[in-house]
Design a protein around this ligand. Structure first.
Ligand SMILES: [Zn+2]
Ligand SMILES: [Zn+2]
Length: 303
């Protein structure tokens, strides 16, 4: 009788997500709330590939549209017009909706199948998926490294895509908006999404292959940061409190908006150092400095 009882207790494992959460919390007091929610999700799904796939896709959509929404609202509030970089070019609601439809289509057709392959790939590379999570300092250091690696990849790939044949066949679509807005961050050819996406996904892959130490949560947080960076860089707004005023090497909208306006220069994504060192900075200030350098050189030659 006792055996039957204990079996039946085992068989009545809770079926709802919250039931699993409560049960798990009883025996795992050392885990914080996020770790419990995470572990319950995998226990509830009973299928790790599906659990990671749904979580990744939902996270991408929530962050992408959630981060774009404040910019859509700001576009409709006249007060913010003084901070708009190309002040005369406010995107209309129709333009934004047309852009959102294309982005959504690409999310479902191009990104969704790849997201589904992510869990098996992460596992085969030895990425950690369980609890407890790594220390936040570990995650912050790794994310900072990913920012630097992705920026280098982005600089060279983006610069290459401005070469005539590649520009016409791939990158032209992204340049449809000469005055960008948040939603336009991923408005691009599927080939471009894959080429540039390879930098975002490739940086952590390279890291885990070398160090063997990476949690899938760090990868998620990295992608959240990278998405926010891309959307903000396309926002079209430059504020006195924008990050590059405090971190002078941070690119931001000030850097990327000029790229869309002038079609040339400012190829990097997050930082300004590649464009600075390789003299591909865009805009009037950079052109002026280039002229001065040229004149100084010519002056020296004459002497
Ligand atoms: Zn470009
Ligand atoms: Zn862009």
């Amino acid at each position: 009788m006792d055996t039957v009882m204990s079996n039946s207790t085992l068989l009545t494992t809770p079926e709802t997500y919250m039931g699993i959460y409560n049960e798990l919390s009883k025996y795992n007091v050392h885990l914080n709330i996020f770790e419990r929610l995470w572990a319950s999700w995998y226990a509830y799904m009973q299928n790790d590939v599906l659990a990671t796939g749904i979580m990744s896709f939902a996270m991408h959509e929530i962050v992408y549209f959630g981060r774009s929404l404040p910019w859509i609202i700001i576009d409709r509030i006249p007060y913010f017009n003084k901070y708009k970089i190309q002040a005369q070019k406010i995107p209309t609601a129709e333009e934004q909706w047309a852009c959102a439809k294309v982005v959504l289509l690409s999310h479902f057709t191009v990104e969704l199948p790849q997201i589904w392959l992510f869990h098996p790939m992460a596992k085969s590379l030895g990425m950690e998926t369980g609890v407890p999570f790594p220390a936040w300092t570990t995650m912050a250091i790794q994310i900072a490294v990913f920012f630097v690696l992705e920026d280098a990849w982005h600089y060279w790939m983006h610069r290459a895509m401005h070469w005539g044949p590649l520009y016409r066949s791939i990158h032209k679509i992204h340049h449809q908006y000469s005055a960008p807005f948040g939603l336009a961050a991923e408005y691009a050819s599927p080939i471009e999404v894959m080429i540039l996406g390879a930098g975002t996904v490739g940086a952590p892959i390279l890291w885990v292959m070398i160090t063997g130490n990476l949690h899938i949560l760090t990868m998620y947080l990295w992608i959240v940061c990278r998405l926010a960076q891309a959307i903000d860089a396309h926002s079209g707004y430059e504020f006195p409190w924008s990050l590059h005023h405090f971190l002078p090497f941070w690119a931001g909208a000030d850097h990327h908006d000029t790229h869309h306006e002038k079609f040339i220069g400012n190829y990097a994504s997050s930082f300004r150092w590649w464009d600075f060192v390789l003299d591909t900075e865009s805009g009037a200030d950079a052109a002026q400095k280039r002229r001065e350098r040229k004149d100084a050189k010519a002056g020296k030659k004459v002497q």
